[in-house]
Design a protein around this ligand. Sequence first.
Ligand code: NAD
Length: 365
Amino acid sequence: MFKIAVIPGDGIGTEVTSQAVRILRKASQILNEQFEFTELKAGGIAIDTFGKPLPEDTLKAALASDAVLLGAVGGPKWDNLPYELKPEQALLGLRKGLELYANIRPAIMFQPLIETSSLKPEIVGGIDIVVVRELTGGIYFGRPAGILEEGGTRRGVNTMTYTVPEIERIAHTAFKLAKTRNKSRETGSRSAGRVTSVDKANILHTSMLWREVVNEIQKKNYPDIKLDHMYVDNASMQLIRNPKQFDVILTENMFGDILSDEASMLTGSIGMLPSASIGEKHALYEPVHGSAPDIAGKGLANPIASILSAAMLLEYSLKQKELARKIFRAVEVVLNEGYRTADIASQSKNVLSTEDMGRRIEAAL
Ligand code: NAD
């Protein structure tokens, strides 16, 4: 029995998550393994029901599960609440509580959607990149941090800091991932099984240590994986100039925040982008997009990002890489047949609702 905590959240979170659960139910049949789903509240709906964005019971149940599937949280109704009561605090609380230190975001170009990218088809065709971002260290969490009163003026301070163990564990995540891609990739990308570590080692001390540790880990443990290093300014340029040179990008928290958004937008629509956040013991899977209040409740949301997040759950938490790949292929089949949700449609025919897209993908699977 495999226990999945389902946190639909707010807005389109509920709509897309129910389609991802549909696919997970199908996966459970295919695998002949029982999945137990527990639905939990977090975000705006938890504020309305319990007065707080992340109730203790939600975190407790998430900790007791084998994996967490999240929709999205937030919306205008809760925008004016004080900082610590905002729905988005649920995300930070879950990341912290589940000790999720690695964020994994694939950027895969589905061939039928090549026209939706803002870059030329020959640049983005066939890209298959994964950004592995350190999630719990670096400048977002380093101390001291704050706005200080000093000598009659104010000074804003943040501290970028990394310890060797923090760098080691995220480096292991990236190399292990590159290893699995090396063995079984089918996309024909030119740079399979390769890690590009992105830093600013020409200036930042944290980056100098980062580079040193990543080199050591590779030499000692993953000599078969090719490693190169790139400064973050160059990496941001290369991602637009020649994205196919990348396979796995390994980077620290703030650089990864920016580069993962850049990489994912190569592929067009936000409704197509899944993510995984992984720790030693727990993992959380969610689409990259938010609760999209502008289209919530209308059946217009694209469920593919959430469905692909469910595929990542099967791959990383259940080690069912084959089945995960089948889900990717089912999505591709449906897109190849010409079906779209409104956000990725270039014409008005074959435009499906959220639920109909979920059903089509289930049928293709
Ligand atoms: P958003 O991602 O919700 O929406 C941005 C735009 O993309 C909107 O026009 C929306 O309609 C469209 N869009 C997003 N997902 C889509 C999908 N699956 N199918 C079709 N179209 C889609 O970002 P936002 O508007 O900046 O934020 C809305 C709310 O979501 C805010 O309260 C924000 O704080 C929250 N948010 C939550 C998360 C999260 O839960 N992880 C992430 C980002 C934003």
